[in-house]
Ligand binder design. Sequence first.
Ligand SMILES: Nc1ncnc2c1ncn2[C@@H]1O[C@H](COP(=O)(O)OP(=O)(O)OP(=O)(O)O)[C@@H](O)[C@H]1O
Ligand SMILES: O=P(O)(O)OC[C@H]1O[C@H](OP(=O)(O)OP(=O)(O)O)[C@H](O)[C@@H]1O
Ligand SMILES: O=C(O)c1cccnc1
Length: 480
Amino acid sequence: MKNNANYTMLTDFYEITMANGYLEKGFCDREVCFDMFFRKIPDGGGFAVMAGVEQLVDYLENLHFDESDIEFLRSKNMFCGKFLDYLKNFKFECDVWAIEEGTPIFPGESIVKVKGPVMQAQFIETMLLLTINHQSLVATKANRIVRAAKGRPVMEFGSRRAQGPNGAIDGARAAYIAGCCGTACTISDVRYGIPALGTMAHSWVQLFDSEYEAFCAYAEIYPTNCTLLIDTYNVLKSGLPNAIRAFNDVLVPKGIRPAGVRIDSGDITYLSKKIRKILDAEGFGDCKIVASNSLDEYIIRDLLDQGAMIDSFGVGERLITSRSEPVFGGVYKLCAVYDENGREIPKIKLSENVAKITTPCAKNVYRLYENETHKAIADVLTLEKEDAPSGEYEIFDPEHTWKRKTITDFYAKNLLVKIFDKGKRVYDLPDIESIKQKCKTEVDNLWDEVKRWENPHNYYVDLSLDLWKIKDELLNKKSF
Ligand SMILES: Nc1ncnc2c1ncn2[C@@H]1O[C@H](COP(=O)(O)OP(=O)(O)OP(=O)(O)O)[C@@H](O)[C@H]1O
Ligand SMILES: O=P(O)(O)OC[C@H]1O[C@H](OP(=O)(O)OP(=O)(O)O)[C@H](O)[C@@H]1O
Ligand SMILES: O=C(O)c1cccnc1
């Protein structure tokens, strides 16, 4: 569902001062190309997960300046009348391409490409980065947590500790794309169709005169979806015995099986093993054990290594805030300008820090898959005018060019999909289930070496020879 919020003024102030300046200096019609890319995968992982395109589309489709926005800008006494008039009639006219949501992405490759008048392409930087950076961060983290859980469902529980409403709502969406089974965030279901789910809070148990009464009351109201929180007082001495009594007294006579018990404190491995034994002995072998309490991929891996008997996980704060690495450093850089004849002039940003040097030119991004296994071998950035890699193709490391490899028996997929043509949307937004499925399929298509936790294989993101030559020429240029 569309959000329809107008975030036009959610922009760094310098985007507005530059737009006004471009107009004053006669750059109004200057066509340019910008690239969004990121430099580092959070948590030392082998890949990130693209997310947030739908909200970017929403933003771009709503982009307009209200009368009150223009009056606000006029009150700053910084902007010329011609610019304020331009804003009055502002209509988004850029071409936009993006890698589809749910796709694994790698450092250095264009994940969003924007072409159009510099005033517009520059202006959208802040929201474009904010939207893609946030959701890709949470999707990347959630995918790590889901993979650590090895097929056990992971519920997203983080709203209460998210950084603001959109942190919760869009974060839940990103978590679902990346593999979570649902969210406690109800409005994410209303807005995006992310299944709302959950158990109960300690306050439910505390409110009743006894734990047993609290459990019976819940079982009576929600007999077919009865997961009881058993750690309010003492898991083994009180919570579990009371839950078993309530199951036997309320559900068993109706022929209904209990859904589960949740633990939210203590030594999860020790408790889950004890709980499993007791539930099995009492004839509740099908009753699931849910664990929560400041979990993340590291603790989940550790718990499973210890043999914890957990069937599903509830994960909140460390997922929704990506606590271990809370920044997805996507950047937006000018890579080309076009002269009056439409000829492309490549642009580079240099830096002492090699990782900060940009790749010039408007580019395509191809993912090369092995014919037989459909596993992704490498990504290759090419000039737009180049054909897709095919046949016998040599890839080489753009920094260590002697590292070469000839590949055959592969097919290439163009990852950058056109979303807007001259400001008009030309892309049908996929539904959330297809995005989730895409994420699963595409992560499955990565070699295990890219997915391992420690020192994952550095997936190749290479440049075509023609693109590399242009970059090399600019790197060796003496004056600018
Ligand atoms: N067996 C285990 N191995 C590794 N980590 C665990 C294990 N059991 C629990 N943890 C984690 O250790 C941390 C324990 O948190 P904490 O010290 O707050 O204990 P607690 O029992 O939850 O206390 P509280 O009652 O205050 O919530 C949590 O992040 C939890 O997920
Ligand atoms: O630990 P998280 O991964 O964020 O998961 C969500 C937490 O939120 C709830 O706790 P609550 O707000 O009652 O606080 P608590 O930590 O004191 O239980 C729930 O019982 C989980 O502990
Ligand atoms: O439904 C739950 O169990 C839940 C929801 C939010 C936070 N913690 C737990």
